[in-house]
Write a protein that binds this ligand. Structure first.
Ligand code: C2E
Ligand code: CA
Ligand code: CA
Ligand code: CA
Length: 277
């Protein structure tokens, strides 16, 4: 029987079988969502912890379902990955992110946009060509994009994933290891892949001012990243105390509810103006 959660609508259930009627209808719904403009781009600002300056933003997708309302990514991304629909979604996020970057640049805001990639994206041999086409159509430099990759995305087919990542890196796009510290062999990937950034998972950051163990892990991760010449970013900063602690530890950048929740892309310019004031 399907597992029921107590809060909110259950769209994706890991127990769902690929061939079940329920998952077929979800796939249909995702396709309709793409055609019916039900996806929205949200962005969360990325901030330099030393200066408070906004340096970038992470693109996070939202699905506004006509009946169910807001469906969060954790409820449909795993399913989208399983079915391959993720490639359509990633292309949509890439396109919207490029448009936003261009628009912001026109207003004098030069922000790097971070896009999340999944396993299926990394197995797509055409991904580097898709990025090249995107950059040229929107007249953007490769430095406009950072690609966030999780260890699980690399693990499926490490050889092919590495080839794709090397090609993207050679084009000048930044690569980031997302959710760092939550996998089993993050260190091996750090050694092998051409990464520029390491992103400390929010599970270590959320309560770090009250948890000595978390602080030690975060401190060591920052040192590790810096020793390897990488930029270190912390996600899940929910208080000023945590910001201060991270800044003292030398963490380069941060994201979190303390600065801003993810906001609709069209609200970014007003947010930036308020932040800078
Ligand atoms: P992620 O890439 O690790 O994204 C960070 C998540 O942490 C986001 O959740 C963000 O809203 C949340 N977050 C940010 N600051 C804070 C904070 O201070 N406190 C707390 N408690 N949470 C914070 P979101 O937007 O629900 O996304 C969840 C996951 O879904 C993402 O995790 C990512 O893995 C996936 N996802 C979202 N958008 C996309 C997308 O366009 N493509 C792909 N492939 N995956 C996506
Ligand atoms: Ca991410
Ligand atoms: Ca993350
Ligand atoms: Ca995550």
């Amino acid at each position: 029987a399907a597992k029921q959660r107590t809060e909110g609508p259950v769209v994706y259930d890991p127990a769902m079988d690929k061939s079940s009627a329920k998952s077929l209808s979800l796939l249909t719904e995702l396709r309709n969502a793409a055609e019916g403009n039900q996806f929205r781009l949200h962005v969360q600002p990325k901030i330099s912890l030393a200066s408070g300056q906004v340096v970038g933003m992470e693109a996070l997708v939202r699905w506004v379902h006509p009946e169910r309302g807001n469906v969060f990514p954790d409820e449909f991304i795993p399913f989208a990955e399983q079915t391959g629909f993720i490639r359509i979604l990633t292309r949509w996020v890439m396109e919207r992110s490029a448009e936003l970057c261009r628009e912001l640049a026109g207003r004098g805001h030069h922000l790097k946009v971070s896009v999340n990639l999944s396993t299926r994206d990394l197995l797509d041999q055409d991904l580097p060509a898709k990025f090249a086409d995107l950059l040229s159509r929107h007249k953007l430099g490769p430095g406009s994009f950072c690609l966030e990759i999780t260890e699980s995305a690399i693990m499926d087919d490490p050889v092919r994933a590495q080839q794709t990542l090397e090609r993207l890196s050679a084009m000048g796009l930044d690569l980031s290891i997302d959710d760092f510290g939550t996998g089993y062999s993050s260190l091996a990937y750090l050694k092998r892949l051409p990464v520029n950034e390491l992103k400390i998972d929010k599970s270590f950051v959320l309560n770090m001012e009250h948890d000595e163990g978390d602080t030690k892990i975060v401190r060591s991760t920052i040192d590790l990243g810096h020793n390897m010449g990488l930029r270190v970013v912390a996600e899940g900063i929910e208080s000023e105390a945590v910001w201060r602690l991270l800044a003292d530890l030398g963490c380069d950048q941060g994201q979190g509810y303390f600065m801003s929740r993810p906001i609709p892309a069209d609200q970014l310019v007003p947010w930036l103006e308020k932040w800078q004031a």
